[in-house]
Design a binder for this molecule. Structure first.
Ligand SMILES: [Zn+2]
Length: 261
């Protein structure tokens, strides 16, 4: 059992291997060479990432609307993913459609997904309620953190980063009653400092939005965002592709630069 402090109180967390946030924030975040966290792609997988499903339940900007896809399109994608152990499904932002649309469609096909939760959004109009989140976890779906307020972590001071990476995770663990070891960066935005902080806090998998295949064994997992403008042909292309030659080298270079920034 590890005892550590949040900003508000001392709490007990189950036997989860991680560094005390107090020790962590008094130490430097600069750490190991992030390029070592991505071994060569030995076991390629394809991660499809979804946001809203169906009609947005609130007024959304055109910028956000492009992330909302129709339910029949979503279900057709699930049919493609069926029987593909190398395709994984993730859901960001804690939209209510995670429970209302994604959960029954996944269960009907004996599939599972991983849901990345923005803690500060729970209970708000159009977002998951606490009970709905608990139902997702009880149904065997994965739950990871997407922070507290959906901010770009690369731009935050230590205090705000603590709220996003430590407090949000603690509250999420208390809500679902499970350790939270996976995290998805809002806006797919990360840099060396953010990756180093996440690793020191003991996160096991860090999900980005870099596109392309991911390595099953790597810490940093690239995801492919599914957008309203996509069609099934686009999705087929993603889950049947491997980056080769120049394209692969260019993609690798871009990711390495991002990690060292
Ligand atoms: Zn997000």
């Amino acid at each position: 059992m590890i005892r550590y402090a949040t900003s508000s109180s001392h709490v007990s967390v189950g036997a989860v291997h991680r560094m005390s946030p107090v020790d962590f924030w008094s130490a430097s975040c600069e750490g190991k060479d992030p390029s070592r966290w991505r071994p060569a792609i030995a076991y390629p997988i394809f991660i499809l990432n979804f946001h809203g499903l169906g009609r947005p339940p609130r007024d959304v900007s055109p910028d956000e609307e492009k992330f909302w896809i129709e339910a029949p399109f979503f279900e057709a994608i699930l049919d493609l993913a069926r029987g593909r152990s190398d395709v994984q499904l993730t859901f960001d932002d804690a939209n209510e459609s995670d429970y209302a649309t994604a959960l029954p469609a996944l269960e009907a096909r004996n599939l599972t997904g991983k849901f990345f939760i923005v803690m500060g959004s729970l209970g708000h109009h159009g977002y998951l309620s606490i009970r709905q989140l608990q139902a997702l976890a009880a149904a065997g779906m994965g739950v990871g953190s997407h922070g507290m307020r959906h901010r770009r972590w690369t731009r935050l001071c230590a205090h705000d980063l603590n709220e996003e990476l430590v407090e949000a995770r603690y509250r999420l663990e208390q809500t679902v009653g499970l350790p939270v070891e996976d995290v998805a960066c809002p806006f797919g935005s990360y840099n060396r400092h953010v990756l180093s902080c996440l690793r020191k806090l003991g996160y096991q998998r860090i999900y980005t939005s870099d596109g392309g295949p991911a390595n099953l064994d790597a810490v940093v997992q690239a995801r492919n965002t599914v957008l309203r403008r996509h069609n099934l042909g686009d999705i087929r292309e993603v889950i049947n592709s491997t980056p080769r030659g120049l394209k692969r080298a260019w993609r690798g270079l871009k990711q390495t630069l991002k990690r060292w920034r």
